[in-house]
Write a protein that binds this ligand. Sequence first.
Ligand SMILES: *Cc1c(COP(=O)(O)O)cnc(C)c1O
Length: 377
Amino acid sequence: MKQIQMVDLKTQYEEIKSEVDRAVIDVIASSAFVNGPDVKAFQSELESYLDVKHVIPCANGTDALQIALMALDLKPGDEVITSDFTFAATVEVVGLLQLKHVLVDVDPDTFNISLEAIEAAITPKTRVIIPVHLFGQAANMEEILALANKHNIHVVEDNAQAIGGSYTFSNGVTKKNGTMGVIGTTSFFPSKNLGCYGDGGAIFTNNDEIAVKIRSIVNHGMGERYHYERLGVNSRLDSIQAAVLRIKLRKLDEYIAKRQAAAQHYNEFFSQIDGVTTPALNPKADHVFHQYTLKIEGLDQFKLQNYLNEQGIPAMIYYPIPLHSQEAYEADRYNDEDFAVTNSLCKQVISLPMHTELDKEQLDYICDHLKKYLSQN
Ligand SMILES: *Cc1c(COP(=O)(O)O)cnc(C)c1O
């Protein structure tokens, strides 16, 4: 059996090696390292794929979030509601911009931000809600957008984990994740569903005015050449990364299908096992399985992780500590009791290997070892 990886980027590369090598060498030969033709081509190819008016590439997914917030003309102290159960980048950028993060609890089944918790947290100072489409499945966008509209609040989707997935509204309209809120953001970190070979990110919007602002912010706040209209940053996607992403974007749907097939294999096995809860599927969302995360009650998941590692099976705890209890983000306004779901999820979740190259032998091996451990513990 081939060695199991959490994410097998090497095997994936081997399959597209000749195409990737040629594209990367072409960029080097052209010396158009920054804002070269591949960046522009990738931008427009991603716009068509997502069916969104504007894609603005940038340096990484964290920058994408920060720039999205910078484009919304917020004032220090304005409130941004987001999930307690996510990667730190989402809340970090809120703090960096002197905005007030308002972390809220999540839904115990989908792990996505809880609509009731958002509703309870809204105040006259709430300006933005950032739903994170966690582990590859869209949050309850229809309800979140309706609530936000009612209160005149912006919705910025953190779509770092769910690119290529989609969401269907009750009127039958289907939209790609990241294109439903006023702004969407993503990351092309190598292990993400659409990953490059270094760092990268992008921002999406259908709003022309906001797109102009974002293009200026990523380029030092410049409008006309050497006229600086606002504070900006330097955040660019390299041409080499764009060249890789163009090749991988053409394969994204195939990659998603492979992840979904692996998830299906896990689901069939683990739904038969007592005490194990397989990922809950929102019927409106098409889950693209950035992570395959089980909930297992009444056991120390770190011991399970160790056991699996000893058997050559990588496994990760995403996320082991709620954000509201992190030293960087804890605040007097947070009461631990308000985060009952996140607190308990952090003690139950374990993410299994999930990528485009898992074969049946590996999947069976992972399933059998996890079952064996559960029967003995
Ligand atoms: C990966 C990730 C980010 C940050 O992306 P980087 O490219 O690593 O900066 C932000 N939010 C979520 C939910 C992520 O998973």
